[in-house]
Every structure is written in C-alpha cells, then in structure tokens.
Design a binder for this molecule. Structure first.
Ligand SMILES: CC(=O)SCCNC(=O)CCNC(=O)[C@H](O)C(C)(C)COP(=O)(O)OP(=O)(O)OC[C@H]1O[C@@H](n2cnc3c(N)ncnc32)[C@H](O)[C@@H]1OP(=O)(O)O
Ligand SMILES: CC(=O)C(=O)O
Length: 541
C-alpha cells in the first residue's frame, strides 16, 4: 500500500505574491477548477482578510462543485492585544464559509520580538487561542509554522514549543515552513525527522526556492515523514518562488513510489502547467522539467538513434505519463535517425538505406551553416524533405517581386508590393499595399494565389521573428526570418528564410508558408473567369 501524500496548492495565494503575478477572481476560479481536475487535495484560494477580491473568490468558489479539492482560506494568528473572537482576520475567515483554513504563526523567537514586537509567551497564546477558536467553529486547521527551520536552528526549544501549542489547541496539520528558502536538504531532513518523532500530529512542508532547493527540500521532508506538501504550479511565488508542484508530484509518484494523484490525473500535469502560465500571462519555460516543450526534445543525432531503439536510453520517464510528448529536432547536429523519426511523424516513406536520406541531411547541415534553422521551422523542413525525395510538385512559381516605399512630407509611409507568379500556366500580376513591406508582399502574394485557391483567404500570419546572424558585420550581416502561419487559429506551421536582405528573407519564409499550405494541391487550382483575369492583369502565355 503506497503512502498517500496530500497536495496543498497555494498558487492562488502564495503564487500571487510573486512579482508580476496578478489574478482576477475569474482567473482564480478557472485555475481552481483545473487544480481540482489535477487531483490536488487542498486549494488555498487567498486571504479573506486581505482584500475584497479574495473574499469574492471564496464566496463564488462555492458554486464550483469541486470533486477532489477542499477550498482553503489563509490568515495569520490573532493580532497581539486582541482576543481571537475580536480579531478581524479570523472573523473574515469564518465569513468566507470555508471548511479548511491555514493560519500561520511565528516559530522564530527573533521574529516574535522584532517583527511582531511582542513577548515569546504572548506569541504562544496567540497560536493556541487562534487555532482553538477556529477548531471550535468546526474547521479543519492547518497550522503553518512560519520560519520553522530558521527558528529551530536558532532556538530549537522555542520552535518546538510553538508547534506543540498548535497541536494542543487541536491543529489537524502542522506544516513546517522554510519561509526564507535558505535551508539545505540535509537540514530539512534532520529537523522534519525529529519533529515527526516528537509530535503526534500529521506534518506538512512548505518550502521557498531562494537556494533553488525547494523541490529537493520538499522531497527530503517527505522522505523524513511529512505527508502534506505545499507548493505552487510552476513554482510561482514570493521572491524566487515556492516549491514547484509540477516537479514535486511526478518525483513523488513516479520515482519515490508515493501516491499523490491518480495516473489519469498525472497526465493532466503538462496541460495544467501551461494553463496556469496562459492565465497568469507568463511565457512558459521550454526547459521546465517534466512539462516544458524541450523536456523530451531530442536534438543530437546519437540520442535520436538510441531513442528510436528504446526511448528509455535518453528519457528518465515516459513523456505521456505527465501528458507531455517526445519531439525530435532537426539541425546540423542531426544524423539519419533524426530524419527517419521526422519522416515517420510526417507519414513519409523513407528507407534508412536510401541515398536520398543522406543527401537531405547533408543539405540541412549546409543550409544551417548558411544561417537557416530547421528546429523552429518544421514546415520548411518538410518541404525540403519532400523535394529531396522527389515527392514535391510546385503549385506556383515566382517570376518577380518588387517593393516600393514612399513618404511624402508628414504623411504616413505608403508601402506597395508587386508580385508576378505563375499558376496553372498563367502568369498573375498583382499589386497590394500593406502597413510595411512584409505585409504588402503577403497581401500581394495572397491576392495572386487566392483566386486559384479561395480557401487561402482563411490563412493568416501569427508570428514574425527576425534575428541578425552575424552582428559584427552590422548591416551587411545576414538575417534569419521565421514566420508562423495558421488557417484555423489552432494548427500552425513555421517557415524560415535567410538573406542579407530582410525583405528577401521574409519573402522566402512567406513563399514556404504558402507552399506548405498548398502541399499536394496542384490539381485543385480553380479555373478563373475572363473578367477576373482582366481585373488581375493575368497574362496568358
Ligand atoms: C510568509 C507569508 O507569506 S505570510 C503571508 C504574507 N502575505 C501578505 O502579507 C499578503 C496579504 N497581506 C495583506 O493584505 C496585509 O498585510 C494585511 C491586510 C494582512 C495586514 O495589513 P495591515 O493591517 O495594514 O498590516 P501590515 O501589513 O502593515 O503589517 C502586518 C502586521 O501583522 C503582524 N503579523 C505578522 N505576522 C503575524 C502573525 N503570524 N500573527 C499575528 N500578527 C502578525 C505584524 O506584526 C504587523 O503588525 P503591526 O502593524 O502591528 O506592526
Ligand atoms: C506560510 C508561508 O507562506 C511561509 O511561511 O512561507
């Protein structure tokens, strides 16, 4: 029987104490639903005594009908000099209508005298009376022993007395906090083991990441006997963040044999991480363990060769267990195996022994040497593979393009592009304006192609990135342009162009984008009427 570890999520409270993190009530409600689907046991929604937003969250959270998680409120022990009954914060917790609450109290004598400005005795009364007050009201009480590890290192007797007071008052959990995030795993391990030995109550752990050890410290605490882990999604939180539940859950479950969430719920991990980034408006970290885009991305040819034989050779877990996917990148570091993997992904028949395969990889290496990059331009790569295998037919060819820019006096700059392309044996000559040269070229190219392929009207560019490749050559240096396009807003494809001229590099990436959109559609070009031909200046040859 596996030991159950209770996952306590504080993304909505401690997570929002992170710089740049701010969530509306609606955001918090959405994240709470997602956390419930992930199977966390407690969701700390905020501090009802702090602000009206947090109170509104608790009132509206009742309608969420969560399946697993208990919505939990946060607060501190009573202020010194007032009774628990009269304490505004404690009363706001009751008003929030929660069934579970976490209150933090002081464990470090230095904090009692300096931050609270009271006596060690009074702090003990504050802890006891606050926990007792909430227990008497029927709540499950998690007592967060703030600065427990620092307190223990300075005055172990006093730190132990504070948590004993909480226990005597009926606290259901004693959660030991590494509030300043500076402890090391062996310290956490020793102190948690000692507390578990001396105290009969269930123990939790709450770590901060100031020494980049919050995950390791949380795991060390569990190994020493803690059965509740507090943390946040993606490690959001005050200063350097909180312990990252996205790493803790799979480490506990897959490596250490504890039960946290079900196997099905574990598959929600990647999705939950990205969902929270999206709602918090934070760019996800590609290299984030378990859930990052690159967490199972293989680039080196040797690695890909081995994972094709058995993925375990270069993967610590199966990506699908945490809802992530294996990816293979193509670059100058590729071998035949990268190409084989990509060909399989693209449903292209490729025999390992075919000479065309070697020629394609050689071409990739040469082009990357010139500045192209295929790991971020998979559509251009697919075109290159199909061309290399003789499995590509041009739907259109380009005869010429021209861009003109004009600024007269104080008027806005006017940009106009002219393109001449050949489709179905007919040369089309179009002119279009745009808010810049790339936009004008895109408009003119579409104008030419849309008459033959009307559904191209739904296609649009979603991203455009320019990178200068050899900065020391200043304006003579090459630029690489990456263009991302979509038709439905969901599936997208990326293409690349390289030149010493940014407009030519953009044009190349735009052409690949259209070619990719039109792959295999050579026969489909619709026949257009005479009037349309005249309007577009189509010349028959
Ligand atoms: C380790 C942690 O992460 S704890 C959580 C920290 N999070 C936050 O502070 C976010 C929410 N906080 C708030 O909205 C506000 O700070 C409030 C509403 C709670 C309090 O605001 P104010 O009443 O204006 O007090 P202020 O924030 O300036 O100071 C905190 C007070 O709480 C006291 N306090 C701190 N910890 C505790 C505690 N465990 N028990 C009782 N009182 C405490 C401090 O001594 C200080 O009292 P003082 O004003 O008499 O010096
Ligand atoms: C309680 C809490 O957030 C801390 O001690 O860090």
């Amino acid at each position: 029987m596996k030991t159950q570890i209770f996952i306590y999520d504080t993304t909505l409270r401690d997570g929002t104490q992170g710089e740049g993190v701010s969530l509306s009530v609606d955001d918090k409600l959405k994240i709470a639903k997602k956390l419930d689907q992930l199977g966390v046991h407690y969701i700390e929604g905020g501090w009802p005594g702090s602000n009206p937003k947090d109170m509104e969250f608790f009132l509206r959270a009742k309608e969420l009908k969560l399946k697993h998680a208990k919505i939990t409120a946060f607060g501190s022990t009573r202020r010194f000099g007032v009774t628990a009954e009269a304490d505004a914060n404690l009363n706001m917790i009751l008003k929030s209508g929660v069934e579970a609450v976490a209150i933090f109290g002081k464990s470090w004598d230095f904090h009692v005298t300096e931050a609270l400005g009271t006596t060690l005795e009074e702090n003990l009364s504050m802890i006891y009376e606050s926990v007792r007050f909430l227990k008497d009201k029927g709540l499950e009480v998690i007592y967060d022993a703030e600065h427990f590890f620092d307190g223990y290192k300075h005055n172990p007797e006093y730190a132990m007395v504070t948590i004993r007071k909480a226990m005597e008052a009926g606290a259901d959990w004693l959660t030991l906090c590494d509030t300043n995030g500076g402890s090391l795993p062996h310290e956490i391990s020793e102190i948690v083991a000692r507390v578990c030995e001396e105290v009969g109550t269930k123990i939790g752990i709450h770590c901060h990441n100031d020494g980049e050890l919050a995950v390791a410290n949380s795991l060390a605490a569990v190994a020493a006997g803690a059965t509740q882990v507090q943390g946040t999604i993606n490690g959001l939180g005050e200063r350097c963040g909180n312990a990252n539940l996205i790493s803790i859950i799979p480490n506990l479950q897959l490596k250490l044999g504890y039960a946290c969430v079900s196997d099905e719920q574990l598959k929600q991990l990647t999705n939950t991480s990205r969902y929270v980034y999206e709602i918090a408006n934070i760019v996800p970290q590609n290299t984030q363990p378990f859930v990052g885009q690159s967490a199972f991305a293989h680039k080196g040819g040797m690695h890909v060769s081995a994972i094709l034989k058995d993925a375990e050779t270069y993967e610590h877990i199966k990506p699908e267990t945490v809802g992530n996917t294996r990816r293979v990148l193509v670059s100058e570091l590729s071998g035949q195996s990268n190409l084989l993997f990509k060909a399989q992904e693209l449903n292209i028949d490729l025999d390992k022994n075919k000479p065309e395969g070697r020629a394609i990889i050689q071409k990739v290496k040469e082009l990357e040497y010139q500045g192209y990059q295929y790991e971020g331009a998979e559509a251009s790569f697919e075109l290159l593979v199909r061309k290399g295998l003789g499995d590509y037919e041009e739907v259109f060819t380009v005869e010429s393009f021209k861009v003109l820019m004009e600024k007269i006096g104080e008027q806005d700059v006017v940009t106009e592009a002219t393109v001449k392309v050949k489709v179905n044996g007919q040369t089309v000559h179009t002119v279009a304006e745009g808010n810049g040269p790339v936009n004008a070229l895109d408009n003119a190219l579409r104008k030419a192609l849309e008459v033959f392929f009307p559904d191209l009207k739904e296609m649009y560019l979603t991203d455009y990135k320019v990178r200068v490749l050899s900065e020391h050559e200043a304006t003579a240096s090459k630029v690489r342009v990456l263009v991302e396009s979509t038709k439905d807003g969901r599936d997208s494809w990326s293409t690349v162009g390289v030149s010493t001229n940014v407009i030519e590099a953009s044009w190349e990436a735009l052409l690949d984008s259209m070619r990719y959109a039109l792959l295999g559609r050579h026969e489909e070009a619709v026949d257009i009427q005479l009037e349309e031909k005249e309007r577009l200046g189509i010349l028959n040859h």
